[in-house]
Design a protein around this ligand. Structure first.
Ligand SMILES: NC(=O)c1ccc[n+]([C@@H]2O[C@H](COP(=O)([O-])OP(=O)(O)OC[C@H]3O[C@@H](n4cnc5c(N)ncnc54)[C@H](OP(=O)(O)O)[C@@H]3O)[C@@H](O)[C@H]2O)c1
Length: 261
């Protein structure tokens, strides 16, 4: 039986990964801070799918968070076949007015924890000659976003890091996938303090479900793809517009669109 570790499994896209991977009969390790939510989810998945689910309650903005997760699994002799680096958050606003602590925590979670978990879990996959890593980036990875400056930079990092690892290890049995969702119906926008939609109707029309994002991601992984942008035309345009317009023009347009009122 294969075991998948999912960070940020307590809600949104991470929870959808847990649901769909359990349905595919993977044993799971669920990581996030919300212990009660993780334990409830673990109980539900164990009884509905008959898989083993372990909960590790860990704040991954703590510098030793990834090591603690690794050590907890080492102590049980548990190996990980699929690592899903999904935990992340954004923070909207003018860079100089945003909380310094929140920006640094964002880099710690979206970038450093993701790299550190990969550093820990990739070598044993290489020894076994097989393994899979899914990193959740964003369509924010494809262009700079004024007023989400640190967030878009962290996601550009995740995209480049994932594609580089795919290039380095694809001949050694390792599959790496960068998932780049557009607006998705999760807690993300509440936590980022940002509502990109003009109305509830627009949000309903333009944002996809986390279940859809995960379906697309798992299908892309099975096809051996390196990057997937789930969603319709508008997401594909955002992900590809940098091929056709000068970067400066894009940044100016995005600045107008995202400028705080
Ligand atoms: N929703 C979107 O529109 C969208 C679009 C593109 C990309 N994404 C990316 O998708 C990923 C998942 O976000 P989501 O949309 O599903 O949002 P979400 O519902 O807010 O989920 C975020 C998850 O990350 C976990 N998390 C946050 N801080 C953490 C910490 N310090 N340590 C450990 N876990 C932490 C949260 O759990 P706890 O609070 O329990 O710790 C939660 O499970 C993120 O990387 C996000 O950047 C989202």
């Amino acid at each position: 039986m294969s075991t998948a570790l999912i960070t940020g499994a307590s809600s949104g896209i991470g929870e959808a990964f847990a649901q769909q991977l359990a349905a595919e009969k993977h044993d799971l390790v669920l990581v996030a801070r919300s212990q009660a939510k993780l334990e409830q989810l673990a109980q539900d998945l164990q009884s509905s799918h008959g898989v083993q689910v372990e909960v590790i309650t860990q704040d991954l903005t703590q510098a030793d968070g990834p090591t603690r997760v690794w050590e907890a699994l080492q102590a049980q002799g548990k190996s990980i076949d699929l690592l899903v680096n999904n935990a992340g958050f954004g923070d909207y606003g003018r860079f100089v007015e945003n909380s310094r602590e929140k920006q640094l925590n964002m880099i710690q979670l979206n970038v450093l924890a993701l790299v550190d978990l990969t550093t820990l879990f990739l070598p044993p996959m290489l020894e076994r000659g097989q393994g899979q890593i899914i990193n959740v980036a964003s369509i924010a990875a494809f262009q700079p976003l004024p007023y989400l400056a640190v967030y878009s930079a962290t996601k550009a990092f995740v995209l480049h890091f994932s594609e580089s690892l795919w290039g380095e290890y694809r001949d050694r049995g390792i599959e790496v996938l960068a998932v780049c969702p557009g607006p998705t119906k999760t807690n993300f926008f509440n936590i980022a303090g940002f509502d990109p939609f003009k109305s509830a109707e627009e949000a309903e029309k333009d944002a996809v479900s986390p279940e859809y994002v995960v379906q697309e991601a798992l299908s892309a992984l099975k096809r051996g793809e390196v990057t997937i942008v789930p969603g319709g035309l508008s997401n594909q345009v955002v992900a590809n517009v940098h091929r056709f317009l000068p970067r400066q023009t894009i940044v100016q347009a995005v600045e107008k669109q995202f400028r705080p009122s």
